[in-house]
Ligand binder design. Structure first.
Ligand SMILES: NC(=O)c1ccc[n+]([C@@H]2O[C@H](COP(=O)([O-])OP(=O)(O)OC[C@H]3O[C@@H](n4cnc5c(N)ncnc54)[C@H](O)[C@@H]3O)[C@@H](O)[C@H]2O)c1
Length: 363
């Protein structure tokens, strides 16, 4: 198999980025799109030259893709993935994997039973400053990673929440800043720090009275390696300030990335305005490298479109995983950890106690 027959489910904002990549990548034979809104499906069909469907079952049967990319609202990810797996079709799913652990478990079980691949989008793992940090941590350059800090001070306005009826409501989104904007950095934090032992958390809605869900959340994490973590994630600062993940090691050295500056971009609506950069690098003997890294990252930002580049890289990895029968870069098991992290913060806030890992779905 040289190319993989591909289809897109969910022709909305981020769907545009996926469709463009599915059309361009040499690994992809892009055959069809599906949206329950027939006008959106038709518009994508005309724009990308593929067949249009309004029902996932019809798409799977008639277009016979080998892989689908799922870009529906988060609580609807599971149904599409399970339907695809039952038809023997692999799925790359937008973040978060799902809004509940029960959905994650059902997706993992369906994919395991069918022998299909399941991947979760976390394209910031492919940012060069992030890969530099991962390589340095894995090489032992900060010793044992013992303190991980994720902080986001960003902004969403009423128009953002009004842009789609599913946003900002418990039933149709499953949560707020934790579920929608934070999965990228929650994933990086656990990727850098390792397995989680327990989480305590709080959430609040500080200045978005027109949504039901949280605009701000805090968490304290104890990792299995004895290290600690902290999360402050908020959409309440106008204008948005920054989003960072910093990792400190037991030899005293630190590495960090500013993944986003200003209000985090809205895929399919705005462009990434500032390059992701390493903003902290105190590894002994490497202190002088930070300006060089930053210059490289600024130069790259001028020649690639970061809004589409890293998505395309992750889709390419997933299609190669399907073609070569190997695990994708970010697996369903990885995606479930992020859902467990925000589930634990909600549970801790509700039950006023630390929540132990591994975390099971509640009935
Ligand atoms: N990785 C990233 O940076 C990133 C960026 C933006 C969005 N996302 C994720 O992508 C997902 C979609 O977000 P969006 O902003 O594109 O939302 P959106 O509302 O713009 O698009 C969702 C689309 O799914 C369609 N849809 C809903 N139910 C369907 C069904 N059962 N079958 C087929 N189509 C259906 C809707 O009609 C809509 O067109 C979310 O999970 C979001 O978190 C990820």
């Amino acid at each position: 198999m040289r190319t993989v027959r591909t289809a897109l489910i969910g022709c909305g904002k981020v769907g545009q980025i996926h469709a463009a990549a599915l059309r361009e990548l040499t690994e992809s034979e892009f055959v069809a799109v599906c949206d329950r809104d027939s006008q959106r499906a038709s518009a994508f069909s005309a724009r990308f030259g593929v067949r249009a469907f309004t029902d996932v079952g019809d798409l799977l049967k008639e277009a016979a893709p080998q892989a689908v990319v799922v870009c529906t609202p988060h609580p609807l990810h599971a149904a599409a993935v399970i339907q695809a797996a039952e038809a023997g079709v692999s799925a790359l799913v937008e973040k978060p994997m799902a809004a509940s652990l029960a959905d994650c478990d059902a997706m993992l079980a369906a994919s395991a039973k069918a022998g299909t691949k399941l991947g979760i989008v976390s394209q910031r793992r492919l940012y060069e400053p992030v890969l530099r940090m991962k390589a340095a941590i894995d090489a032992g350059k900060i010793g044992k990673p013992v303190l991980g800090v994720f902080s986001m001070f960003s902004w969403r306005d009423q128009a953002y929440y009004g842009s789609d009826p599913w946003r900002g409501k418990w039933a149709s989104e499953g949560g707020g800043v934790l579920v929608n904007q934070s999965p990228h950095q929650l994933d990086l934090l656990q990727w850098f720090m390792g397995q989680i032992d327990e989480i305590s958390g709080f959430w609040a809605n500080l200045n978005h009275p027109f949504i039901e869900v949280e605009d701000t959340a805090l968490a304290m994490i104890r990792f299995k390696n004895g290290g600690l973590g902290s999360v402050v994630t908020s959409l309440s600062q106008r204008p948005g300030i920054y989003t960072k993940v910093h990792i400190h090691g037991d030899n005293g050295a630190s590495v960090g990335v500013e993944t986003d500056r200003g209000a985090t971009f809205v895929a399919g609506v705005s462009e990434i305005a500032e390059p992701p950069l390493n903003d902290l690098w105190t590894i002994p003997g490497e202190e002088g490298l930070l300006p060089k890294f930053q210059a490289e990252d600024r130069a790259r930002f001028r020649v690639i479109n970061p809004t589409t580049h890293y998505h395309a890289m992750q889709i390419q990895d997933f299609l190669q995983a399907v073609r070569d029968d190997r695990p994708p870069l970010v697996t369903g098991e990885d995606g479930r950890i992020v859902v467990a992290m925000f589930t634990a913060i909600y549970r801790s806030n509700r039950e006023r106690r630390p929540i132990n890992f591994p975390l099971e779905a509640q009935g």
